[in-house]
Design a protein around this ligand. Structure first.
Ligand code: PLP
Ligand code: ZN
Length: 386
């Protein structure tokens, strides 16, 4: 494998990859895996990808995990990029359908890679605070790996996620509070319980799994990235992961310096990144009383806020909020016109697309990609009261 070390995304301090690591030991910010891309490129050729397995492990050389170790896999990745046919007829709009991943969301990507590494490095009990989909994915991959999952979710998490975690054998604790309260509970108890903390960006390898969204997108677009990406943003690992992938692919000589304009889409009831972006801030203040049906967007404070904001600005993109009523309305429009039953988080991106199009931030000649991060089937509680 070609990971040489871990590096702090804020202060640059090096850390050893071969030990279980959470945040930077000096400044407490997220760690990134640094890959020896020159060495990786000796066997990883862009032309050869088509001949490899469909799962995200086809990018093995740019992922962690020693070559002789079997990944914990349920067939994640390799999702379709579909042309949107009727919605937004006057645009070149595409949807990357992540709902067909194991456990029906994009969370499978990060969790497959992170569970593989956690198991390899000796962790046995994995804990995660979750809005729902990460919990379901962790429950599935720990079951597959023969490890324990300890999942902390807000009490009002969609029923499907809660039932799924239990049926997959996880220890589930429901908390009267938000995902940040779930994370705080894990932080309080993890040392005593012997849990390894798998929170978004608080361990280095979920983002490595998520970066395969970027590799796959480039491959499917024939190495010409789209002009605009709309991504439903909670913790932001998908955005951060894709940005890392774009940088790595440029170093590999697979793509040029041009980047898509990246837009973070959030819910009006919880839009810390949008507020910070508009105010020109480098970090985002915590939202009090965060409230939205789109549980994956109910993240009042993201540890990677500075990375998200920096990347949105560097890309020439932005951040936009959508209210719950509009996302639920648009979900049916997408469903009935495209045949895709999308998660409310993804529906928010379709609503954002319309808003950005009418504000002139997206032109008719722009190629735009929306990520359907999860299936609407997980959100029957949100869609049934209409
Ligand atoms: C369906 C869905 N979309 C988007 C998100 C937000 O993803 P991220 O944490 O990568 O910003 C989540 C997170 O739970 C989710 O479940
Ligand atoms: Zn640091």
């Amino acid at each position: 494998m070609f990971v040489t070390h871990l590096e702090c995304s804020a202060c640059g301090l090096r850390h050893d990859w071969s030990r279980l690591q959470n945040l930077c030991l000096s400044c407490g910010k997220p760690l990134f895996a640094i890959i020896d891309l020159a060495a990786a490129s000796r066997t990883l050729k862009r032309e050869a990808l088509a001949t490899r397995e469909k799962s995200l492990w086809r990018y093995r050389e740019v992922l962690p995990l020693p070559g002789d170790v079997e990944p914990v896999s349920l067939g994640e990745g390799g999702t379709p990029l579909l042309r949107v046919q009727k919605f937004g007829e006057d645009a070149d709009l595409w949807i990357k359908d992540e709902s067909i991943n194991p456990t029906q969301s994009f969370k499978a990507r990060g969790i497959s890679v992170a569970v593989s590494m956690a198991k390899h490095l000796g962790a046995t009990k994995l804990a995660v605070p979750s809005a729902g989909n990460a919990g379901g994915a962790l429950a599935a991959y720990t079951a597959r790996a023969g490890l324990e999952a300890h999942i902390f979710m807000p009490r009002d998490t969609p029923q499907a996620n809660i039932i799924e975690c239990r049926e997959l054998g996880a220890h589930v604790t429901l908390i009267d509070g938000l995902i940040t309260d779930c994370g705080a509970e894990i932080a309080r108890r993890k040392a005593k319980e012997g849990w390894f903390d798998m929170s978004t960006l608080k361990e280095p390898y979920r983002v490595e799994g998520k970066k395969t969204l970027g590799y796959e997108l480039a491959e499917q677009c024939n190495w010409e990235l789209p002009n605009v990406i709309l991504y439903p943003t909670g913790g932001g690992t998908g955005l951060i992961g894709m940005w890392k992938a774009f940088g790595e692919m440029e170093t590999l000589g697979w793509i040029g310096a041009k980047r898509p304009r990246m837009f973070a889409v959030q819910a009006a009831g919880c839009a810390p990144i949008v507020l910070a972006f508009d105010a020109g801030e480098k970090t985002a203040a915590e939202i009090a009383g965060a409230n939205t049906l789109a549980s994956g967007l109910r993240v009042p404070k993201a540890i990677g806020d500075f990375l998200i904001l920096n990347m949105l600005r560097q890309s020439g993109g932005g951040a936009i909020a959508v209210d719950d009523k509009e996302m639920i309305r648009v979900a049916r429009e997408v469903g009935s016109s495209e045949g895709l039953f999308v998660a409310p988080e993804a529906a928010a991106c379709f609503a954002a697309f319309k808003a950005l199009r009418s504000r002139g931030k997206i032109g008719s000649d722009d190629r735009v990609v929306i990520f359907n991060t999860g299936s609407g089937i997980k959100y029957l509680d949100c869609y049934s009261d209409r």
